[in-house]
Design a protein around this ligand. Structure first.
Ligand SMILES: Nc1ncnc2c1ncn2[C@@H]1O[C@H](COP(=O)(O)OP(=O)(O)OP(=O)(O)O)[C@@H](O)[C@H]1O
Length: 331
């Protein structure tokens, strides 16, 4: 499988009240294009930090070291993002590198003359390490939140604008990132509301978030996240606030949308059962460290790390059958 994302030696430290909190410690992993990849671990293990770092959404208090390399196909809408919507990545916070045409940087010279690439690996470099005195470069291209990366957060009430009709919120993504007219954008918003199976999409277009249930709001948030056709969908505890039945519906919806649109999924959850249901591979985090990474079947059937075993045991103690069935069904 072709890599979409390569993370190398990623370390994230937050500054808080004059002290430093290590959230991620020298994490390296690859995510393949088109795979469903889960990140699991207990609260505080660094899952959200990894998701935010990948999306370029870490808060200013987060210091990032290491590399995140992207292997994205070129956007037909131009390589340069409007500066106002660039993710918040400051030059001192690590290095994010983009390669194009789904070719790893090392392969660029072999497959395509780099002079013919609209975006060269160098031009795609987001920022240099300035603290060590290296040359600072202006951001020229970065995977763009909303266009290349769709992000679904745990709480849709916090991610949706309470005073904007949901149709407008979805249409705005399409208008901004796809260059559609407003009427085309609203047509796309309606089609997306149908795809996420909101009852009466016409009425839903004009609804405000407070008029929808928690599950319906999360469906709207998912519609907005995929409105520009991102390559990567990140769902960070996107079902955790929902009751079990709605949770299962949303997981099924995410699985379907990811398959239909050929997206890569980064599914962040504290729930190993949900992860096993959805993901092809699972990465287990503890205290900011990647302790185990493997195919879902291997993780569930023969975990190598005691911590993974403990997570499984904790789940099995509550509800043994579904996890095993779900992991079997996921393959
Ligand atoms: N903005 C922040 N400022 C300071 N420390 C933070 C910040 N965000 C996270 N942390 C700390 O970083 C560590 C990792 O947090 P993170 O939210 O990534 O973990 P998590 O596994 O996603 O947990 P949860 O499931 O509870 O969100 C924790 O110790 C947390 O307290």
């Amino acid at each position: 499988m072709t890599a979409l994302l390569s993370i190398r030696d990623l370390t994230v430290t937050y500054r808080r009240d004059g002290s430093e909190v290590a959230a991620l410690n020298h994490v390296s992993l690859d995510v393949s294009a088109g795979e469903r990849f889960a990140i699991i671990g207990e609260s505080g293990s660094g899952k959200s930090t990894l998701a935010l770092a990948v999306a370029g959404l870490l808060p200013a208090s987060g210091r990032i070291d290491g590399r995140i390399d992207w292997f994205l196909p070129l956007s037909p809408f131009g390589a340069k993002a409007p500066p106002s919507v660039l993710p918040d990545i400051s030059p001192a916070r690590g290095e994010i590198v983009l390669s194009s045409l789904l070719s790893p940087i090392t392969d660029v010279g072999e497959n395509e003359p780099s002079t013919e690439l609209p975006i060269s690996p160098l031009a795609g470099e987001m920022s240099g390490r300035t603290e060590g005195g290296a040359t600072e470069r202006q951001p020229k291209f970065t995977p763009l939140g909303g266009r290349d990366i769709g992000f679904v957060f745990q709480d849709p009430s916090a991610s949706l604008d309470p005073v904007m009709a949901v149709g407008e919120q979805i249409a705005e993504v399409a208008h901004t990132h796809l260059g559609l007219t407003w009427s085309q954008s609203y047509a796309r918003a309606k089609a997306l509301l149908e795809r996420v199976r909101l009852p009466d999409p016409d009425a839903a277009l004009r609804a405000y978030p407070h008029q929808l249930s928690g599950g319906q709001k999360q469906r709207v948030a998912i519609a907005a996240a995929i409105a520009a056709g991102p390559k990567l969908l990140i769902a960070d505890e996107a079902t955790s606030a929902l009751d079990t039945i709605v949770q299962a519906e949303i997981v099924a919806l995410i699985r379907q949308l990811v398959a239909e649109d050929g997206m890569t999924l980064l599914f962040v959850s504290h729930d190993i059962a949900l992860a096993a249901e959805l993901a092809e591979r699972i990465a287990v985090f503890r205290h900011g460290e990647l302790v185990e990474l493997g195919a879902t079947a291997q993780i569930v059937a023969s975990p190598r790390h005691a911590y993974t075993r403990a997570l499984l045991d904790a789940h099995l103690g509550l509800d043994a059958e579904p996890l095993l069935q779900q992991s079997g069904a996921s393959r």
